[in-house]
Write a protein that binds this ligand. Sequence first.
Ligand code: BES
Ligand code: MN
Ligand code: ZN
Length: 460
Amino acid sequence: MLRFANPSPDATPLFILEPDQLEAWTGSQPDSFGTWMRAAGFEGKPGQTCLVPDTQGEVACALVGVGHAQAQARSRFQLATAAAKLPQGTYAIASAHSHDELREHALGWLLSRYSFERYKASPPHKAQLVCPEGVDAASLEQIVAGEALTRDLINTPASDMGPEALEAAARDLATQHGASCRVTVGDELLAQNFPMVHAVGRASAQKPRLIDLTWGDEGPALTLIGKGVCFDTGGLNIKPAGSMGLMKKDMGGSAAVLGLAHMIMAAGLKLRLRVLIPAVENAIDGSAFRPQDILTSRKGLTVEINNTDAEGRLVLADALALADETPPDLMICMATLTGAARVAVGPDLAPFYTDDDTLAQAIAKGASTARDPVWRMPFHNPYEAMIEPGIADLDNAPKGGFAGSITAALFLRRFVEQTPRFVHFDIYGWQPVAAPARPKGGVGQATRALFDALPEILEL
Ligand code: BES
Ligand code: MN
Ligand code: ZN
């Protein structure tokens, strides 16, 4: 688990400085500090670091630059970039900042300490931070543990993160928090009426399954649903090589909801939590579902398959229908659902859909405090016609390719009727190039935003 250092009088004071603050800072320190700083060329640029010696040549303090406000707006978690460059030791922030800034610095530092080590050891982390006063260290550690779980699950390749391993990960999490976990596997999915989870997953060597985790017995009910496509070949409408390359991440929605579930359970939020994950591999063999097949969903709506690569909405539809049968106060769906979402907003923003303006505002507020950006998208009702084919109730892959993320979201909404508040995130789940506090690879999106927003949304 990624942790802060214990407070210690020996910790090296760390000054986080903007270019305009250098003069005031040198004025408040021994003359030699300013002389050294200038000689070392420290200008407070983003990511710049400088160790300042005392008269004995020992490190007296460390300086970290974060740049002007403009640079800070371009990149969150500036301290994290510098953390990687600081030598071994324990550091304590000595400059003055608002509580929100201190929380961001501490969170970014801890997030930046993550590395994926299942297959290759990395050099141990060197620089440690003492959690700033007034910032809740335990809470940040729980949030970062949830994020690390999400990243580990996504980064693990399908050879070790198939439907069986995803089930095992959910069971581990349940055991860790005293939650219950029931799983419906293989043909039992047909007996229990989850026909689309079965249809999408039946061509895989590992049986499709529906994971159902429950925790907590008081307070409002929250159901999380996550897309658990452990690998997406596209099925018979097979993806070209370039598009298949990253598809181990197609369980990113399930990884995100498990990470969020960890945050909720570790914090002991007073709510009744349910997590539903259809865990499948969209694979190819003689039993694979085909283009033009018509599937009857759990809800009874029939679906014409016009592309077996639009599989996520199928498995989610059965899970959403189940969730909606025992309507919670709030339902959150997370899925790496469409390439269209990636084209529209790129990898850094988590696009989301809801009909509830108050809910949308609370999520946006959470996103800003958690430094976890989201963007609201429209449930545009006139596009409902696009998801209606000729000979079935619904079309899983409307022709024309217009508004692909919106039509996918509208498809999902058809399966939620009883639940008063519903939000769906069409996330990317992957950091394509390293950024502060986010190494290249699997990444949680909107989970910290939601965790911060939940107390307001559910009046906890
Ligand atoms: N898992 C993909 C969506 C995806 C692709 C997310 C790339 C992130 C990056 C999904 O199952 C899919 O293949 N969707 C198709 C739907 C289309 C056939 C209607 C898409 O978006 O191209
Ligand atoms: Mn697909
Ligand atoms: Zn997919």
